[in-house]
Design a protein around this ligand. Structure first.
Ligand code: TAP
Length: 495
């Protein structure tokens, strides 16, 4: 059986299969990166059934990052060979070790594929992915049920106990902004819970997922446990939602596609769903804040990862008495630019640009707009001030380096809370104040899955992450994430 096969492989006794990988190579970042480009199914890299391929493009400069990754079409069979990694404790740890050994290569691939700056790719995209596998590796032997006293059927006695079981084959669909990290957040919990998985990376950023697939083979993860199928959402992603053998779909992406997935999952076989969707996260800055920190973190809350960040602060509310000083400080950092201009990716270029155009058409009533030339809007960070609640940019996610600031009356805590919560999104939120009572009052009332107090973007592998309202439901990370990939069985015994 596979456990013995795994043990043989660990001892180096399993010679029967040697992995054949047709790499695309590229000299970049003072190294030669070796990139698998075919679909990874049942332990093998293979061409798509229909032979379809597509080039992947480096969005930072428009160059081809890989000539032709395979695009899987809609047919495949899935073996629901659910395994329990409880007995294979060393595997996720071994995988994390291998990712660490290959971190420079992974970060380089991530960087040329997603346009992320290399240092950020190394520290955040790859670094947090490694931490995530380490964290969930620790959960493998700690997934437990309960013993529950129930009413006795006298003269007999009864006991109920619960077991947490894996779901079987799970599908994972992820976006392009943090390709490897989104893979890690969902796959690590899914595997630790003992499931097998088939993952579709975004069509535009498949390369780090395929490199990851190679590392899973080196780690000794049994064949078929992890499958990576690049391809379009409309075809491969839709097929996953519709697939009769898949029991769960974990999705990160936009709200409209999340709704479509939920509908298809319900109609096909009522598969379990978790949805991490868009956001328009409010950040409230009170006049009693640490101003230096509020400026520094307010800026990174918006501009981190070029604004291509689902929890990016979509709207800043600044208290009247410090508003002008706050804006003056932000502008002094932005203009003239003291740092290199942000390299905006093609994806965000398109989304932000189209939104900026919309803003221009729909909102004619800005009292002050800090836009210079359209070229600046596309190339670098942008600041809008005195944004009113009805405006398009006050409501819609930008997913680009655009800071949207509104002022609120001094002391009007409930008023600003109403405005901050007046959105259908509920992913994250933040508050800056030195008053602990105010911080607690505000954090209790903010209607969002995450509240940052005197910090921002402080995600951690141990802390559950996910939204409310139309930002979706279900959690990544932390213990809560395991429950997304488990089911509870109650066993009742009479004795
Ligand atoms: P989407 O357009 O929703 O795409 C996300 C993924 O869904 C892609 O892999 C896409 O495939 C796939 N997809 C498209 N149509 C599908 C269908 N009918 N069935 C199944 N899958 C389908 O999002 P995006 O524009 O790439 O990413 C940006 C959005 O993601 C933003 O709204 C952002 O806030 C959100 N986001 C949220 C989070 C969290 S944690 N809440 C994190 C990151 C991003 P393709 O390869 O064809 O695009």
């Amino acid at each position: 059986d596979f456990i013995q096969m795994f043990v043989r492989r660990l001892r180096g006794e399993d010679q029967e299969e040697e992995m054949v990988i047709d790499y695309a190579t590229k000299d970049v970042n003072n190294m030669t990166v070796k990139m698998p480009w075919q679909c990874f199914i049942n332990g093998k890299f293979e061409d798509a059934e229909n032979g379809k391929t597509a080039n992947t493009i480096n969005p930072a400069d428009g160059s081809v990052s890989c000539n032709g990754t395979c695009l899987y079409n809609c047919q495949w069979t899935l073996e629901p060979t659910s395994i329990s990694l409880v007995v294979l404790l060393s595997l996720p740890t071994r995988l994390a070790d291998l990712m660490e050994e290959h971190q420079e290569e992974l970060a380089t691939i991530e960087s040329i594929d997603s346009g992320a700056v290399y240092t950020l790719a190394l520290k955040t995209h790859v670094g947090m992915s490694i931490q995530t596998f380490r964290y969930f590796a620790g959960w493998c032997d700690k997934i437990q049920g309960k013993t529950i006293p129930i009413n006795q059927a006298r003269p007999n006695r009864n006991l109920t106990f619960t077991k947490k079981e894996p779901l079987g084959v799970c599908a994972i669909v992820i976006p392009w902004n943090y390709p490897l990290m989104m893979l890690a957040w969902k796959s690590a919990a899914c595997l630790a819970a003992g499931n097998t998985l088939v993952l579709k990376p975004a069509q535009v950023t498949p390369l780090s997922a395929l490199k990851f697939a190679e590392l899973t083979v080196m780690a000794g993860i049994p064949k078929g446990v992890i499958n990576i199928v690049p391809g379009s959402g409309g075809m491969v992603g839709q097929r996953m939602s519709d697939h009769p053998d898949i029991r769960k779909l974990g999705f990160t992406g936009s709200t409209p596609i999340g709704k479509q997935i939920m509908k298809s999952c319900a109609l096909s076989n009522l598969k379990k769903v978790s949805l991490e969707l868009g956001g328009k996260s409010p950040l409230i800055i009170f006049s009693d804040c640490d101003m230096d920190k509020a400026v520094r973190m307010g800026m990174s809350s918006v501009f981190f990862n070029k604004g291509e960040n689902c929890i990016a602060a979509g709207r800043l509310f600044v208290e009247e008495s410090i508003h002008d000083e706050y804006i003056r400080r932000v502008v002094s950092i932005l203009n003239p630019p003291t740092t290199a201009p942000l390299s905006i990716t093609m994806h965000s270029y398109q989304s932000s640009y189209s939104r900026i155009t919309c803003v221009k058409i729909k909102s004619s009533c800005f009292s002050r707009i800090h836009i210079q030339y359209l070229a600046d809007v596309i190339a670098g960070p942008t600041l809008f001030t005195d944004v009113e609640d009805h405006m398009f940019i006050a409501k819609e996610e930008s997913f680009g380096p655009i800071m949207v600031v509104s002022r609120f009356k001094d002391g009007d805590i409930d008023g600003v809370l109403n405005r901050a919560n007046d959105t259908e999104f509920g992913l994250a939120s933040g508050v800056f104040t030195r008053d602990i009572n105010k911080a607690m009052y505000v954090s209790e009332r903010l209607d969002a899955g995450t509240v940052f107090v005197n910090t921002y973007n402080k995600t951690d592998v141990a802390s559950p992450f996910g939204g409310f309202k139309q930002s979706g439901f279900g959690k990544d990370l932390g213990e809560d994430a395991l429950n997304e990939y488990l089911r509870t069985k109650a066993v009742t015994v009479e004795y």
